[in-house]
Design a protein around this ligand. Structure first.
Ligand code: SF4
Ligand code: SF4
Ligand code: SF4
Length: 294
């Protein structure tokens, strides 16, 4: 019996998802023994036809990305969005806050090349904005074990049961007041982690006045960052599809901070929507019109 044909297509991103997959070592060799790899950054030539499974990482940032994605969808029975760029639009999606012309001017100044640059899409898009996505594996980058486990299940025809609760459920930090209805919840200020002389290594970050996106973020990473001593930045995206990750966090902070304090937080939008701006309610609000100069 022939093996399932597997392809890996890379769009706009940093290729960190790909590096996370390579980190699997022997696990990757086991997986490769079960499939015929027909397209990948490690192959000299791609054959993106009649694939059983196509993994797509990166967001749609250029017109070429869009064409590659449509071709990947047409060729695949199962299309997997790998990583937060593909699932949510990712960090690069913050460019949607600005017109493409302004972004290019900021990068190139007056020296913008007249040719050779790929044509940018008007805004960065998650894959699901362009095509139907069958399976989403979030994370920036997704954990190696999560990628291998998901791919192995898919190529062997098993259903996936991806975690959907929020990160606080799997975070081992002590929650004395979080999740309790109380008037004594937070603090009178919000700090950067480096601003505190001392931080309790076992207590919830939010309860110490440090912003942590855990309550609005999907579990599945094993609370890697909070376990390592830094707050969650929200890279797994919202814990439910219809859940506005940034607005919910801003709403929650506004409820527990002194009146008006929310207005003085630095980079509120970048904090709440660091990974999910393109799938938020904002794409239409920030649609800056034509990109004829991009
Ligand atoms: S999700 Fe993160 S690691 Fe993956 S391509 Fe995007 S920026 Fe890189
Ligand atoms: S540290 Fe962050 S993830 Fe952990 S319980 Fe507190 S808010 Fe939730
Ligand atoms: S703790 Fe948050 S930022 Fe860190 S890997 Fe998990 S979801 Fe991503």
């Amino acid at each position: 019996m022939s093996k399932p044909r597997l392809a890996h297509v890379v769009l706009g991103g940093c290729e960190g998802c790909y590096v996370s997959l390579l980190d699997a070592g022997e696990g990757l060799l086991d997986l490769l023994g079960k499939v015929e790899l027909v397209a990948s950054p490690i192959l000299a030539e791609d054959d993106l036809t009649e694939c059983d499974v196509v993994i797509v990482e990166g967001a749609v940032t250029t017109e070429m990305d869009e064409r590659k994605l449509l071709a990947a969808r047409a060729a695949s029975k199962t299309l997997i969005a790998l990583g937060s760029c593909a699932v949510l639009g990712g960090i690069g999606g913050l460019r949607n806050l600005y017109p493409t012309r302004e972004v290019l001017e900021d990068v190139y100044g007056e020296d913008k090349p007249s040719e050779g640059l790929p044509k940018l899409t008007r805004r960065v898009k998650a894959l699901s904005d362009v095509v139907e996505v069958d399976i989403s594996i979030p994370g920036c980058a997704p954990e190696t074990e999560a990628i291998i486990s998901a791919l192995t299940n898919v190529v062997e025809g098993r259903d996936l049961d991806l975690p959907r609760r929020n990160l606080c459920d799997e975070c081992a930090r002590e929650k004395r007041a979080l999740l309790e209805p109380t008037a004594e919840f937070l603090t009178d200020a919000v700090y950067g982690i480096m601003e505190l002389d001392e931080i309790d290594p076992a207590l919830c970050f939010l309860e110490q006045g440090v912003i942590c996106m855990g309550p609005m973020t999907r579990e599945g990473c094993g609370a890697l960052c909070t376990g390592a001593g830094v707050p969650c930045r929200g890279c797994h995206g919202p814990s439910r599809h219809d859940f506005e990750q940034g607005a919910k966090m801003i709403d929650a902070l506004a409820a527990v901070l002194p009146a008006g304090a929310i207005m003085f937080l630095d980079d509120l939008v970048g904090t709440g929507y660091r990974f999910s701006m393109p799938v938020s309610v904002f794409p239409e609000a920030y649609d800056h019109g034509g990109d004829e100069d991009a």
